[in-house]
Design a protein around this ligand. Structure first.
Ligand SMILES: Nc1ncnc2c1ncn2[C@@H]1O[C@H](COP(=O)(O)OP(=O)(O)OP(=O)(O)O)[C@@H](O)[C@H]1O
Ligand SMILES: [Mg+2]
Length: 392
């Protein structure tokens, strides 16, 4: 019995470094993001003269927002240190810390790991932060990753307080710079006072990766994570093809990782397309699940209406008018009040941005500007089940 276990534990693997397949692993080079790194450097150059800057980084899921910011901030801090500038870089995930107090505690933990989870008001924490920066003669470079979660739950007070705080303390050499990262357009969520202290012009938009870009990203990961000659070239091709429908590098890397696991399970030394196909079948569920967690209730109801419509009609496309009717009925089923037409449209857009659906204009033979929705990747039956689970 223990032989079997020992066999499995010490059997050889195609993977040489599992860590390089982690989602928070930051590779040395970021293929196809050089231009954006350059722009970030231009934007944040004034920090070297103690002048703060703010920026927004936006783009769909898996387009490298988080990794590019981590890469940039870490390098920037190191370069600045050589110039005698102390910049404290703090990266907060607002999906995990979605109130002003939780964000501030996260920031203060960077300076003092034992900073208590409770006992201080937001105003007090802002003052403590200020003192920490003064004591170190440092600036703060704060990244609010998935910032929409904070703005949605707590509004833009914190952003306002932190940016205004900088205005007032300009002279004291402890400026605070903020980078907001999100799939959504967060500037439209800031109230006017916060917006006026947050510079509008510094926005970097990351587009979905094209097929060949994904190929290069996967090719790089193969080199970092796998033993030589253990992944066939057509496997890399297939992963790039599959992932290009979403333009999502995370999904591509997950496919690579799972395909490697599949090869290991079969005790073979080469990852081949069949392993990629098996990985794909398994991966949708995981990817789908995390993406669904990011959608709001009415976005889920909208997606469910699309899936139901397609299921009922057995068709490849559903038109938006029909889906909106189904949406009204679906809302009733889940005791929600259907939202107005314009809101419904914005939900559709968000569901599209999250990568679940494709929307195209109807071709000839149909009146007006009907749009056709398709759901290319997930079997509708599975999706209906999952969504029902999520909504209940
Ligand atoms: N240009 C790139 N080169 C190498 N790896 C990349 C590149 N872009 C993204 N990745 C990898 O793809 C994965 C997803 O990237 P990242 O987490 O930065 O996406 P994101 O845009 O922040 O997505 P989300 O909106 O879901 O937070 C990570 O493992 C990251 O290392
Ligand atoms: Mg991210």
């Amino acid at each position: 019995m223990s032989d079997i276990i020992e066999d499995e534990l010490f059997s050889s693997s195609v993977i040489k470094d599992l860590h390089a397949l982690d989602f928070d692993y930051v590779p040395e080079e970021l293929p196809h993001r050089t231009e954006q790194l350059r722009r970030l450097a231009q934007m944040f150059k004034p920090l070297l003269n103690d002048v703060s800057q703010n920026a927004v980084v936006r783009g769909p899921v898996g387009t490298g927002k988080t990794v590019i910011i981590k890469k940039f901030c870490n390098s920037f801090v190191n370069i600045a240190r050589k110039q005698g500038k102390i910049i404290e870089y703090v990266h907060i995930n607002c999906r995990k810390r979605s109130t002003d107090a939780m964000v501030l505690i996260g920031i203060l933990n960077h300076f003092d790991q034992r900073f208590p989870d409770r006992g201080f008001s937001v105003q007090e924490m802002l003052q403590i932060l200020h003192k920490q920066l003064q004591r170190r003669d440092a600036q703060l470079l704060l990244v609010l990753d998935e910032a929409d979660a904070l703005l949605k739950k707590s509004g833009s007070n914190l952003v306002y307080n932190l940016t205004r705080f900088t205005d007032e303390t300009m002279k004291t050499d402890n400026p605070i710079s903020i980078i907001m990262v999100s799939q959504k357009d967060v500037l439209s969520d800031l109230d006017l006072s916060a917006l006026s202290t947050f510079k509008r012009s510094n926005t970097i938009i990351l587009d979905k990766y094209a097929r060949d870009e994904l190929y290069d990203i996967i090719d790089q990961r193969v080199g970092l994570a796998f033993h030589n000659h253990t992944v066939s070239l057509d496997s890399v091709d297939l992963i790039a093809d599959i992932a290009s429908e979403w333009g999502d590098a995370r999904f591509a890397i997950e496919l690579l990782w799972k395909a490697g696991m599949c090869a290991d399970q079969q005790h073979v030394q080469l990852v081949v397309p069949e392993h990629v196909r098996a990985a794909k079948a398994e991966t949708y569920s995981v990817v789908t699940e995390t993406k669904l967690e990011n959608l709001g209730k009415h976005q889920l109801l909208t997606l469910l209406s699309i899936a139901k419509r397609l299921h009922r009609d057995g068709a490849a496309y559903a038109n938006t008018g029909d889906v909106e009717k189904t949406y009204a009925i679906t809302c009733e089923e889940y005791n929600e009040k259907p939202r107005a037409h314009t809101m419904f449209w914005s939900y559709l857009k968000e569901v599209e941005n999250a990568g679940f659906i494709h929307i195209k204009l109807s071709g000839k033979g149909q009146l007006g500007t009907t749009q056709l929705i398709s759901l290319p990747d997930i079997p509708v039956e599975i999706l209906v089940d999952k969504l029902d689970g999520f909504l209940r």
